[in-house]
Design a protein around this ligand. Structure first.
Ligand SMILES: [Zn+2]
Length: 117
């Protein structure tokens, strides 16, 4: 087991386990397809996940987990930068947000980690 299973999309429990192609949540009994979870977009309800697999939603607060150069400028979004009120969008950069001191920009969900306030 090198991969962490995604949390339950119904109740966000982290104790999901896998049986063949199904992921099962022991807490609420929700079952879903591991393949769909891995493929993401096909279900119509694609979930955006952060670097460690937390599901992100509009309005979440995240921190940046690595220094990110801002395209077309010399600015760098430093690791640990806290970003409030993210908005999920379609595209390569799937998070739209306003970074303190930098302004509106797009981030990739794999470079952020959700924080609970
Ligand atoms: Zn569940």
């Amino acid at each position: 087991m090198t991969e962490t299973l995604p949390p339950c999309p119904a109740c966000a429990s982290a104790f999901t386990y896998q049986v063949d192609a199904l992921l099962i949540c022991p807490e609420c009994g929700h079952e879903w397809s591991a393949e769909a979870a891995a493929a993401g977009a096909e279900t119509g309800e694609a979930l955006v996940r952060d670097a460690v697999g937390n599901v992100l939603v509009d309005g979440d607060t995240v921190t940046v987990i690595k220094d990110l150069k801002v395209k077309g400028s010399s600015l760098v979004v430093k690791v640990g930068t806290k970003v409030r009120g993210i908005r999920l969008v379609d595209g390569d950069h799937d998070i739209d947000c306003k970074i303190p001191g930098i302004g509106q920009m797009g981030l990739k969900s794999q470079f952020v980690k959700k924080v609970s306030e």
